[in-house]
Ligand binder design. Structure first.
Ligand code: AMP
Length: 429
């Protein structure tokens, strides 16, 4: 089957031009499959992971359908609800949905726990067409009658497997009791096991089942490596690896604009041609850097997550997490930039002791363990793994008076083996 173009998918011209502005040239496989089904009015049980473009696969057809029947009154009632397991995902989905719906004036709002209720209540009073929420906070607001779901037309359970893992079955069931029917319900999950089947049996009406393989199979094509390091040694270690292992083009992610700039300065001093992209750079500067990087002129591009959006590059050999993202999904997005199209790639993370928890959450998300190792010594371009953690890995610049990495700091994390929070039987009312 040839991949359709966005223009084959019956989306309105406003949405199509919005996608063009975002630089989306072609639908991803999940989008090609899901968009026509949602437009037709089907319920959906979709197996797709983060990074496959799943947000647009439900947001675009929902926006398309909502825009065809604009709300009658000025005050916007919630007509589509997306439930997401975490605050980070809720924010990300709301941000993306807002982008997709901007051209047709869609109002999108997110609510999640951990922030003051009164602010969210004030925001909600302004009304929203599409609400993205974590289950606990939404239930709270429903019970307080701050919000109602009487006009709901679409309900999306995003990352349903994670919501079950996090024990959200109870609030989800209660939320469902508030949600108007008939409605179209879409369930997205990275894994489909028995408890997902039961959830689908309960809440989906004759769903169409679709499945796509991850955009980037983390296990197969990308070698994931994590080095246990001290934060203060990161720039030196990165420069060492790039030079001694003779890395090809490398995309580096750092957490803040300041860290991006400082790293670029350091690498330039080390005679590595590196440049920065982040939110303080103008659009023109960013485009110029993207172009230089895509053409192969620029050796190392250092970026924040937001700035690197839209950088689609084939078969990049190295992606570096100079800082681990605190949102685990961002890790999957970042390393999805390497090992494309059957090429092999390496994703290298420099993990400071304070980032161990982030690594743990990433491992839980990708359901894979990433062994934390000491920085290797490089001899003739080859990695010599150092078994003795007390040995300094730096050959060129032995660090004077710097703290040694402690063995216990870089012991591998043991994944949580606890069982799912829900068992199928629990659904019986
Ligand atoms: P998601 O799986 O929804 O989290 O999307 C993963 C990333 O892919 C996001 O950064 C989107 O902006 C991007 N994306 C989604 N659809 C497309 C597309 N058709 N073309 C290019 N990028 C896309």
């Amino acid at each position: 089957m040839t991949t359709p173009a966005f223009s084959d998918l019956n989306l309105c011209p406003e949405l199509l031009s919005g996608l063009e502005k975002l630089g989306y040239t072609q639908p991803t496989p999940i989008q090609a499959k899901a968009i026509p089904l949602v437009l037709k009015g089907e319920d959906l049980l979709a197996e797709a992971q983060t990074g496959t473009g799943k947000t647009a696969s439900f947001a675009l057809p929902i926006i398309e359908k909502l825009s065809k029947t604009p709300p009658q009154q000025n005050y916007r009632q919630v007509r589509a609800l997306v439930l997401a397991p975490t605050r980070e995902l809720a924010i990300q989905v709301a941000d993306n949905t807002l982008e997709y719906g901007r051209a047709v004036g869609m109002r999108v709002m997110s609510i999640y726990g951990g922030v003051r209720l009164d602010n969210q209540i004030r925001k909600l009073k302004r009304g929203a067409d599409i609400l993205v929420a974590t289950p606990g906070r939404l239930l709270d607001l429903l019970q307080q009658k701050v919000i109602n779901l009487d006009h709901l037309e679409f309900l999306v359970l995003d990352e349903a497997d994670r919501m079950l893992d996090l024990g959200f079955i109870d609030p989800i069931q209660k939320i469902m009791d508030y949600a108007a029917e008939p409605r179209q319900t879409l369930l997205f999950t990275a894994t489909a096991d028995e408890s997902i089947e039961v959830l689908a049996d309960f809440y989906l009406n004759n769903p169409q089942k679709i499945k796509v393989s991850p955009r980037n199979s983390t296990a197969k094509q990308v070698k994931q490596i994590a080095y246990g390091v001290d934060n203060s040694d990161k720039s030196e270690i990165l420069s060492y690896l790039i030079q001694e292992e003779k890395w090809g083009q490398t995309l580096v992610f750092a957490r803040t604009k300041k860290r991006v700039d400082e790293l670029v300065q350091y690498l330039n001093k080390e005679d590595i041609y590196a440049a920065a992209i982040h939110g303080d750079k103008t659009q023109r500067e960013r485009e110029r850097m993207f172009k230089e990087f895509l053409s192969g002129e620029l050796h190392v591009l250092v970026a924040t997550d937001v700035a690197a959006r839209g950088l689609d590059i084939e078969a990049l050999p190295y992606v570096v997490n100079y800082d681990l993202p605190n949102v685990p999904e961002a890790y999957v997005h970042r390393i999805g930039r390497t090992g494309r199209a059957g090429e092999s790639g390496e994703a290298i993370s420099l993990v400071a002791p304070a980032e161990r928890d982030f690594l743990k959450r990433i491992e839980q998300l990708i359901k894979q363990k990433i062994r934390l190792r000491p920085v290797p010594r490089i001899e003739n371009g080859k990695r010599i793994e150092i078994e003795d953690f007390a040995d300094r890995p730096m050959k060129k610049r032995p660090a004077k008076g710097k703290k040694q990495v402690k063995r216990e700091q870089i012991e591998a994390y043991q994944p949580d083996t606890s069982k799912r929070a829900i068992r199928p039987g629990l659904f019986k009312k």
